[in-house]
Design a protein around this ligand. Structure first.
Ligand SMILES: [Zn+2]
Ligand SMILES: [Zn+2]
Length: 131
């Protein structure tokens, strides 16, 4: 299994993964746009037992439209989000794809909230569309 390291901008907070992601998705919702500062979020989901966290983090809880609570862990020094999980689904940990800084990382298979997608963005042709 491939071992990969995700980290924040300053390198203090890291997440080492020892399995391939079980799902890679992008989300165009406005909350993901605000969180990332980019125009969509790209995230990979891993089994929690394949992820090793190192360093200190602060947490922000985002409550979704349907009442779901997602716990974002970010570096208190540089502010990058390195991992997060949704309450009730703690068997999975999501990691922003960009935190791996690995251009060959597996691409997304799911695209969420496309009604918020910026007009110039194009998704891969065979991607699954949700919501
Ligand atoms: Zn940092
Ligand atoms: Zn989103």
């Amino acid at each position: 299994m491939p071992v990969r390291t995700a980290s924040c901008s300053c390198g203090q907070l890291s997440a080492i993964t020892s399995a391939d992601p079980v799902r890679v998705s992008v989300c165009h919702c406005l909350a993901c746009q605000r969180r990332t500062g980019s125009i969509f979020g790209a995230q990979a989901r891993f089994p929690a037992n394949s992820v090793t966290i190192g360093g200190a983090s602060k947490q922000f809880i985002r409550v979704g439209d349907a009442g779901s609570r997602t716990l974002f862990n970010f570096c208190p020094t540089c502010g990058s989000t390195v991992y997060y999980m949704t309450e009730g689904c703690e068997e999975h940990i999501a990691i922003p794809v960009g935190a791996f800084a690995e251009p060959s990382f597996p691409g997304p298979t799911v695209s969420v909230y496309e009604e918020r997608m910026h007009s110039w963005v194009q998704m891969p042709k065979d991607i699954e569309h949700m919501e």
